[in-house]
Design a protein around this ligand. Structure first.
Ligand code: AMP
Ligand code: GLY
Length: 426
């Protein structure tokens, strides 16, 4: 098969790496890709927001299957456009992608179907939102309704912080994403991510993973897209998994089907494990980044037939096998991220780093220039290692990080700390 992968981050490098290894793959293209992806796929300079251009490319290159990495194109309806043009595509339709594209939509769906989530109200005017905050007290959470690249959520500790968040979101700072907001109850507990492949009816759970969203050690500093991840996540044990499927994922699939917008693709549930059980924080309609980068090295089975089965509605017949090894990934980001940062600094030492046992380096934001690898984004590299447990995977990943010479970058030094603490107790 000829495959086109859309996206150019670490998640897409991991997907490209996995799909390049499939015996079903003839040619693998990636748009726009990056310097690391270029080793697995032919990178093409396509504007993926231009759906007609993507369709044209697919026709010219006889693409059999399009795999969409990021949420932007999914929420913009690229899967609908591909399918209307007769090209198979992996991921949810425009209508089904509302599970990530509109927090209000998802909250209403939860309320209507008894899916456990934080109590909430939706608002379009600041005065009403502020009045509601006062009836609920703090801490409280304020969220832009639409896609805001991680900038749309504020956990407010004080009324003043909540008011500022409401003004920021409805004041237009986030554009379209902020025409409406959700104010919701603060949930206390440990966070976990749960991933399932879906085909409209069936949910096939993937391995568990957990990420670290804060920029600095000790889970401090600003929220980011994710500074590292590990899999499995010890907090997601089989009993919890069964509850998440029964109480959250299955009712969501049934509700989406009943609305006439069946959900296909990866469903990524961000969860809070509270004293009262798992509650949905939010849905994403794609693989997590950097969680995907720790899932792919653990996946023994071929990914491609599973993605095709999701699209074709035959996931029932698919069974995925996973290594028992743990995987841990450290994100190396440009200094300044998630604020402003410089592009173009030189990265050296990638080959010796990749030579550490169990290590795979996925590129998140790089470009090549005359044989040199240059930083070309906020999150730049994902250093992933497999190990017998999370502790060994962590040691290998940081050994590899220490071989990378990139003065323009930084990373956290405590990725996986919760799982490592748990392994000490064992
Ligand atoms: P989200 O983009 O919705 O995943 O939110 C970003 C982060 O904000 C989450 O990973 C949580 O750490 C935090 N968060 C979001 N909603 C809540 C909530 N209701 N209670 C506590 N923390 C939350
Ligand atoms: N790692 C968080 C995300 O992909 O949204």
């Amino acid at each position: 098969m000829n495959i086109l992968l859309l996206g150019g981050g670490g998640r897409e490098h991991a997907l490209a790496w996995k799909m390049a290894a499939s015996p079903l793959t003839d040619r693998l293209y990636c748009a726009p890709g990056n310097a690391g992806i270029a080793r697995e796929a032919e990178c093409v300079d396509l504007d993926i927001a231009d759906h007609a251009a993507v369709i044209g490319f697919c026709r010219d290159q006889r693409i059999d299957f399009v795999v969409v990495g990021p949420e932007g194109p999914l929420c913009a309806g690229i899967v609908d456009d591909m399918e209307s043009a007769g090209i198979k595509a992996f991921g949810p339709s425009h209508a089904a992608a509302r599970l990530e594209g509109s927090k209000g939509f998802t909250k209403d769906l939860c309320r209507a179907n008894g899916i456990p989530t934080a109590d909430y109200q939706r608002f379009r005017t600041a005065d009403q939102a502020k009045a509601y905050v006062r009836t609920r007290g703090t801490p409280i959470v304020v969220k832009a309704d639409g896609l805001a690249a991680g900038k749309g959520v504020v956990v407010a500790r004080t009324l003043a912080e909540a008011d500022d968040a409401i003004d920021m979101i409805l004041g237009g700072d986030l554009g379209e994403a902020g025409t409406e907001l959700v104010v919701e109850e603060f949930l206390d507990g440990e966070e976990a991510s749960f991933f399932a492949l879906c085909d409209g009816e069936t949910a096939l759970p993937l391995a568990s993973a957990q990420d670290h969203k804060r920029a600095f050690d000790g889970d401090t500093g600003p929220n980011t897209g994710g500074m590292g991840a590990y899999s499995p996540a010890p907090v997601v044990d089989p009993a919890l998994s069964a509850r998440v499927i029964a109480e959250i994922v299955r009712p969501t699939l049934s509700a989406m089907k009943a609305l006439g917008t069946p959900y296909k693709g990866v469903l990524y549930a961000g969860l809070m494990i509270t004293a009262g059980g798992p509650k949905l924080i939010e849905y994403n309609v794609r693989f997590g980044d950097p969680e995907c980068q720790v899932l792919m090295p653990r996946l023994l089975s071929d990914l491609l037939p599973a993605l095709l089965a999701s699209r074709d509605g035959v996931l029932k017949s698919v069974d995925l096998r996973w290594r028992s090894d743990a995987a841990l990934g450290v994100v190396m980001a440009a200094k300044g991220y998630p604020g402003s940062y410089a592009k173009g600094s030189v990265i050296e030492g990638l080959d010796p780093a990749a030579a550490v046992e169990g290590v795979e380096i996925f590129h998140a934001g790089t470009r090549e220039d005359g044989g040199r690898i240059l930083a070309n984004g906020g999150r730049v590299l994902n250093v992933i290692a497999l190990g017998a447990n999370v502790t060994q995977a962590r040691d290998r990943a940081y050994q590899a990080v220490s071989r990378i010479n990139w003065p323009g970058g930084f990373c956290r030094h405590d990725i996986g700390w919760r799982a490592v603490e748990r392994e000490k107790i064992k």
